[in-house]
Design a protein around this ligand. Structure first.
Ligand code: CA
Ligand code: CA
Ligand code: CA
Ligand code: CA
Length: 298
């Protein structure tokens, strides 16, 4: 019952006296009805959902809850407290005005959503209270960079590899969400002769034309991933792809000179042996052993 003062008028009649007194009198009586604590504090504007960007300093305002109690005096005097914070109690509530603030810098990549049990109690005896849940959604900020894993790739390719050959698929992730994690890939170094390309969206490195080991035997390609965060706050990651070009027998032998002269030591040694030989059998024996020796050496 809402508190208040009831005004009632009492009419007094006297009828029992002897002799009877024919008189009527009236008096006004004020009756003050004391308030009972019969109303619970009631939260307004449910359900409570707050959205706050990650990375704001501790002490940032998150939300203000309001509960109304229709009773009077202490019975209607509401105070607030936070009962449970899931998964962590990273917030404070002002007990008199219901303003909720953070007690730490929130990080969406660690905790993206909180559930806070808020209690509103009146100061009656006994006290009445109600509870409600505030959902705090932590909004993403582009505070994570694209990260290649691995960051270094080693690839060997035969020089006659076909054009558009898939050299390597880069693995890159960005822990943010949405545009803050949408990646584009570029080759930013080591591709002077334009032999390689990378898929803008898929991060697959391919050959543009076939290679030639005799011209360039290895490449050190620098790959960059850039996220699609807000202009002025885009973040990048870098990877290196080492490409070794393997030889294929694609060149005919070419003589560097038109003729070659060479002395054969063994021939001259044989001639010497011939001259020195006194008998044919001795010569033949020596020739035989020399041929065996030469056969072993060759
Ligand atoms: Ca109350
Ligand atoms: Ca973060
Ligand atoms: Ca983030
Ligand atoms: Ca990012």
């Amino acid at each position: 019952m809402a508190g208040g003062i009831n005004l009632e008028t009492l009419f007094l009649h006297s009828a029992g006296g002897r002799p009877p007194l024919r008189a009527t009198s009236s008096a006004t009586v004020f009756v003050n009805l004391l308030d009972l604590n019969d109303n619970d504090p009631t939260f307004q504007n449910l359900p409570f959902v707050a959205e706050i960007a990650e990375g704001l300093p501790a002490g940032s305002s998150v939300f203000q809850v309001v509960a109304i109690d229709l009773d009077e005096g202490p019975n209607g005097q509401v105070t607030y407290r936070m009962q449970v914070g899931m998964p962590r109690m990273d917030f404070l509530i002002n007990s008199t005005n219901g303003l909720i603030t953070s007690t730490t810098e929130l990080d969406r990549e660690r905790i993206a959503e909180y559930y806070l049990r808020v209690v509103a109690s009146d100061a009656g005896v006994p006290s009445k209270s109600s509870t409600s849940t505030l959902t705090v959604k932590v909004l993403d900020v582009n505070d994570e960079s694209p990260t290649f894993f691995p960051a270094v790739y080693n690839v060997s390719l035969p020089e006659d590899v076909a054009r558009d050959f898939k050299v390597v698929r880069l693995n890159c992730t960005d822990a943010d969400v949405g545009l803050n994690a949408e990646l584009s890939y570029f080759i930013t170094g080591g591709n002077q002769d334009g032999k390689f390309s990378v898929g803008f969206r898929d991060g697959v490195v391919r050959t543009v034309v076939s290679l030639d080991r005799e011209t360039v035997a290895s490449y050190t390609l620098i790959l960059e991933a850039i996220d699609n965060g807000p202009t002025g706050n885009r973040r990048t990651g870098t990877a290196t792809v080492y490409v070794t070009v393997l030889d294929v027998n694609d060149n005919r032998p070419i003589f560097l000179q038109s003729s070659y002269e060479s002395q054969c030591l063994e021939t001259s040694r044989l001639k010497g042996l011939c001259r020195d030989a006194q008998d044919t059998r001795g010569y033949l024996r020596r020739e035989l052993s020399l041929n065996q020796k030469l056969g072993k050496e060759s």
